[in-house]
Design a protein around this ligand. Structure first.
Ligand SMILES: *Cc1c(COP(=O)(O)O)cnc(C)c1O
Length: 407
């Protein structure tokens, strides 16, 4: 509003104004978006090309090939949808589920809830299998419900539940899906590029992700992959896909050999995604996973030594990309986050829904998973806690983290 008023007064572009438009750098250690490698930002700034330019078609091919590598799949249909992670979620649910289909959804946090919401809009008959926020869903519960409700079209799970920091192991759910002959649909928005997903090896039929979490690209693209079994069901749909924009039966004709125009591809975002995924593949997937695991272990050790190591998920169900810890009794969680942002330009997140005011969510995703961020977070959090009169032993915390980092 103020910006418009300045313009109307004919003041031109004041220095103050340009500062409002170009944001200063932040260290994004929340649940996403995460910081972006400068090489990715440079790719984003390359000249715009036509979305049917032969050079751009080559970039699309690269992007699909690189995405197949990080997903761990040979699936022909592997490509980024235009939109954020939620567009990926909506894409797979509107394409592979039809009105009246029975679907089982594992719900133990916000993103499982979001899947249910979309599926209800699709007109599916949804059966929820729940666990408390902070725990993974028991695959035995999924098996029981899937058998009771047979025939089931699909089983949907969130691999890394960003609202709670819980990891849902995929293998046991994949076994259930095979047993009841249902599609396995997986949200790997917060795991892809930070933890092994291995779509083909595990037996995932359909998966989606988002560009701005462990892939460390700006928000705006949603990589999706689907195997032939899922595509056969898509080809046999009883009716048209209810969303025109997210209709894979049309979009795959643009990403396939036909180059059929559907909508203008977000060209520069695709340059950026190609670069981001290239950097992951170049580092080596195993190295990337090890880096995430080691930096998270260092963060955990440091937080424990700081006296704030009360994790919401039990050990064995945690993520390498995101730590969710309970806010200590008597600490003003919002004041801590404000302090971190004001004093250190450091962003972490609070809780959502039932966890509002109760937890902090600290991400070490992709480009951000590095020792210097672990040390910064521990030091800055110690300062924030001290400011609230909490006694903390920063030296012990840093020593604990450094010990993990040097091992
Ligand atoms: C962030 C996230 C989404 C949604 O992605 P947006 O980019 O916010 O639309 C979906 N699922 C999970 C697990 C997420 O972490």
């Amino acid at each position: 509003m103020k910006l418009c008023q300045d313009w109307q007064k004919g003041e031109g572009v004041s220095r103050k104004m340009s500062q409002r438009v170009i944001p200063s750098e932040r260290i994004l250690m929340g649940p996403g978006p995460s910081n972006v490698d400068p090489r990715v930002l440079r790719a984003l700034a390359a000249p715009v090309m036509g979305h049917l330019d032969p050079d751009f078609l080559a970039i699309m091919e690269d992007t699909m090939g690189l995405l197949r590598m990080v997903f761990g799949t040979k699936n022909q249909l592997t490509m980024p949808m235009s939109g954020t992670g939620s567009a990926g979620m909506e894409t797979v649910l509107v394409n592979f589920v039809e009105p009246g289909d029975r679907v089982v959804v594992a719900v133990c946090g916000l993103f499982g809830e979001r899947m249910v919401d979309i599926l209800e809009r699709v007109g599916a008959e949804v059966s929820r299998v729940e666990a408390p926020w902070g725990r993974a869903v028991d695959p035995e519960d999924i098996r029981r419900v899937a058998k009771e409700r047979a025939p089931v079209k699909a089983i949907c799970v969130v691999h890394a539940e960003t609202s709670t920091g819980v990891r849902q192991d995929l293998e046991p759910v994949a076994a259930v899906a095979r047993e009841v002959d249902a599609l396995l649909i997986v949200d790997c928005v917060t795991s892809l590029g930070g933890m092994p997903v291995n779509v083909d090896e595990v037996g995932v039929d359909v998966a989606y992700s988002g560009s701005q979490k462990c892939l460390s690209c700006p928000p705006g693209l949603a990589p999706v992959t689907a195997n032939d079994r899922a595509l056969e069901l898509l080809d046999r749909r009883r009716g048209k896909v209810p969303s025109w924009y997210l209709d894979l039966t049309m979009i795959r004709r643009y990403w396939g050999q036909e180059r059929f125009y559907h909508h203008t591809a977000p060209v520069n975002m695709i340059y950026a995604l190609r670069e981001a995924v290239y950097l992951i593949v170049q580092e080596g997937l195993q190295n990337v996973y090890q880096r995430h695991a080691r930096n998270m272990a260092a963060l955990v050790a440091g937080l424990e030594a700081l006296g704030v190591g009360d994790f919401l998920p039990p050990e064995g169900q945690r993520l390498a990309s995101l730590a969710v810890i309970k806010v200590p009794e008597g600490v003003d969680e919002l004041a801590v986050r404000r302090f971190l942002l004001r004093e250190f330009s450091l962003e972490i997140a609070g809780g959502l829904g039932p966890l509002k005011g109760k937890v902090w969510r600290i991400g070490l995703m992709g480009y951000n998973s590095k020792p210097r961020n672990v040390i910064l977070l521990l030091s800055a959090l110690a300062a924030a806690l001290r400011q609230q009169g909490v006694k903390v032993d920063l030296e012990a915390s840093l020593a604990a983290a450094l010990k993990v980092l040097s091992s």
